[in-house]
Write a protein that binds this ligand. Structure first.
Ligand code: UT7
Length: 324
C-alpha cells in the first residue's frame, strides 16, 4: 500500500494596510500606468509596524486549520518557506510553532525565495510518503516590504507582504497515483544566475540584512521558458496531460509572465488563477494566497486537478500537480 499526501485545508492572511500604485507614485518616480501596464499590479499589502513574518504565518495557519477542521495539536511537522525570517535564527517555523501552542513534532524553514512554497511542498510530500510525518503544516510567509530599497523603482513597486498555508495529511491509497492529493512535484535550481535576483546583505558576508536587487528583464525571459518546461515535465511524470488539468495557480510575479506561460502551454482563458493585481509579488506566500482565493470563491473544488508553479532567486523553479 502506498501513502499519499492529501490536502486537508488551505488558508491565508493579508495584513490590513493597502498601498496603491497612486500612493506609491507620490514618493517613488513611477506611475500607476507604468506599473499596471508592465506588471498588472494595482496595489499591495504592507505589514504593520511590529507585525512580523511569523505573525502573518501564524494567522494563515489558523485559517488553514479552521478550513481543515483540525486542532493545532494534531500537527507533527511545520515547514515555513520564507526569505524574510523574523530573525537570522531560530527558524520562523519554531516561532510559529510556539504561537500556535504546539510543543511536539518538528519545525524548520526552507529557503528557495519565490519557489519556496513548491520546495516546501516537495519536502512535505516526501516526508509524508516516507512515513516521517502525518500532518504537515506548510506555510509561505513574507514581509518583503522590509527588504525593499524604496528608492529603487525597478524593484519596490513589485512586491508585497502576506502569508498562505496548506495542511497535508497522510492518506493510504491502494495504487500509486490513485485518489486525491499530491501527484507529482518537480524542483530545480541553477546557481549561475544568482546575481540576477538576490539580497545584498547577510549575516556571514556583510553582517547586515541587505536590500533586494534584481535585473528584472533577464529574470522574466528565463522564468517563462523554465516554468513551461517544468510544468510539461511535471504533468508527463504524473500521467495527467496539460489539457486535462482544471486550474493553474502560478507564483504571482507579473501578469505578463502568467500570460506568456499560458500562451506557450495553450491554456484555456480563465484557467489561470491570478491575484497579482491585488497582492503583487508576495514571494513564497503567493501560491497558497492565490489558491486560497480560488477555493474560497468556489472556483477550485474537491476533485479538481491543480498545477502550481514558481520561479525565483537562485535561480530556483519548480511545479507541483495536485488533485484537490
Ligand atoms: O518573483 C521572482 C521572479 N521575479 C520576476 O519574475 C520578475 C520578472 N521581471 C519583471 O516582471 C519585469 O522585467 C519588470 C516588471 C521588473 C520590468 O518590466 P520590463 O518590461 O522588463 O522593463 P525593463 O526593466 O526593461 O525597463 C523598461 C523601462 C526602463 O527605462 P528605459 O531604460 O527604457 O528608459 C526602466 O528604467 O522602464 C523603466 N522602469 C520604470 N519606469 C517607471 C523600470 N521600473 C519602472 C517603474 N516606473 N517602476
Amino acid at each position: 500500500m502506498t501513502v499519499q499526501s492529501y490536502i486537508r485545508g488551505v488558508g491565508s492572511y493579508l495584513p490590513p494596510r493597502v498601498l496603491t500604485n497612486e500612493q506609491l507614485a507620490e514618493t517613488v518616480d513611477t506611475s500607476d500606468a507604468w506599473i499596471r501596464e508592465r506588471t498588472g499590479i494595482t496595489q499591495r499589502y504592507i505589514a504593520s509596524e511590529g507585525q512580523n513574518t511569523s505573525d502573518l504565518g501564524a494567522n494563515a495557519a489558523k485559517d488553514a486549520l479552521f478550513a481543515a477542521g483540525m486542532e493545532a495539536s494534531e500537527i507533527d511537522l511545520i515547514i515555513v518557506a520564507t526569505s524574510t525570517p523574523d530573525l537570522t535564527f531560530p527558524a520562523t517555523a519554531t516561532i510559529i510553532q510556539e504561537k500556535l501552542g504546539i510543543t511536539e513534532g518538528a519545525a524548520f524553514d526552507v529557503q528557495a525565495v519565490c519557489s519556496g512554497f513548491i520546495y516546501g511542498l516537495s519536502v512535505a510530500d516526501a516526508m509524508i510518503r516516507a512515513g516521517s510525518a502525518k500532518n504537515v503544516l506548510l506555510i509561505g510567509a513574507e514581509t518583503f516590504s522590509r527588504i525593499l530599497d524604496w528608492n529603487d523603482r525597478t524593484t519596490c513597486v513589485l512586491f508585497g507582504d502576506g502569508a498562505g498555508a496548506m495542511i497535508l495529511s497522510t492518506t493510504p491509497s491502494k495504487e500509486p497515483g490513485a485518489g486525491a492529493g499530491v501527484m507529482n512535484t518537480e524542483i530545480h535550481s541553477d546557481g549561475r544566475f544568482r546575481d540576477l535576483l538576490y539580497v545584498d546583505g547577510g549575516p556571514s558576508s556583510t553582517q547586515t540584512v541587505g536590500k533586494l536587487r534584481m535585473v528584472g528583464n533577464k529574470v522574466f525571459r528565463r522564468a517563462v521558458t523554465k516554468l513551461s518546461d517544468s510544468m510539461i515535465k511535471c504533468s508527463d511524470k504524473a500521467g495527467i496531460p496539460i489539457p486535462d488539468i482544471d486550474w493553474f495557480v502560478p507564483h504571482q510575479a507579473n501578469q505578463r509572465i502568467l500570460e506568456a506561460v499560458a500562451k506557450r502551454l495553450d491554456l484555456r482563458r480563465g484557467q489561470v488563477v491570478s491575484t497579482v493585481a491585488y497582492h503583487a509579488n508576495t514571494s513564497a506566500a503567493s501560491i497558497p494566497l492565490a489558491m486560497d482565493v480560488a477555493i474560497k470563491d468556489g472556483r477550485i473544488k474537491r476533485g479538481h486537478t491543480v498545477m502550481l508553479e514558481a520561479f525565483g532567486g537562485g535561480f530556483t523553479w519548480g511545479s507541483a500537480l495536485l488533485v484537490y
